[in-house]
Design a protein around this ligand. Sequence first.
Ligand code: NAI
Ligand code: 15L
Length: 274
Amino acid sequence: MPATRTVLLTGAAGGLGTLMRGLLPAYGYELRLFDMAPVDGEPAAVTAELADKQAVREAVRGVDAIIHLAGISLEAPFDKILRANIEGTYNLYEAAREEGVGRIVFASSNHAVGFTPRPQGTAPLDASALIPVHTPRRPDTLYGLSKCFGEDLAQLFWDLHGVETVSVRIGSCFMEPSSVRMLSVWMSPGDGARLFHAALTAGDVGHTVVYGSSANTRLWWDLSTARALGYEPQDDSEQYAEKLIAEQGELDPANPDHAHLGGHFCTHPPMWPC
Ligand code: NAI
Ligand code: 15L
């Protein structure tokens, strides 16, 4: 694909959007920003809901690619998930198709496979024990289910319309991991930007599903599809392990909160404030 320069960043006001606004321009991207909330210090950002088809279509017009982060990022009542994550993502894909945008990077989530039992064993796990991207989807929430929809929508738009997507099943992308579980699924912001850049620039991705995390010593899943895009993670959560384990203890296989990839989303999912 031609060099991608102008990228629409949806969800630009959110946590990950804010991190990526800081990091992606260094890769040469010009970002167009979109969010239903105002974006701090960015008066040119488009403030609109994904439900507003006209606003979405105008935001998409003329960009080379889209990083789609906007949506409800935790568990929520189904009507909210339906509007933001299901209909909203559909509106974005339809606008991309109509405007001839060839590539989307979709923020999927580990919660699309959250009820997958977490692999047991001493870290680092053998490659054969890591969860592959083709593991059956087992959403742990309505939120996770909406990410399964997004991945299938991406596949349909590739097969039917030739719109390419990299679906990134993000683990936990924050400045630092804050739980022992996150030692396994953390993606540093720097690695997040590296992965998004790889997803924007790799050739012929069709619809590719990857896990999004750093090269953590305690990794649970297989990063090979991400690496095949050219992603070379630089960070490892292990530097935080001693402190977090001293505070919280090791993961306990008998504790239902620790039994699955999705952690406490499988038992007590945090609710989106709505
Ligand atoms: P966030 O909740 O901080 O940001 C989401 C942004 O989307 C917010 O600024 C919100 O105003 C906007 N938004 C929500 N509904 C919208 C709508 N209907 N129309 C327009 N804008 C809307 O979430 P965060 O952490 O920044 O995550 C970004 C994306 O990455 C989400 O799709 C989330 O599901 C996904 N993700 C994030 C992970 C993480 O560790 N941060 C892990 C896995 C997935
Ligand atoms: C997600 O999908 C959420 O959007 C994020 O806020 C974190 O909770 C993350 O998963 C996680 O699993 O830690």
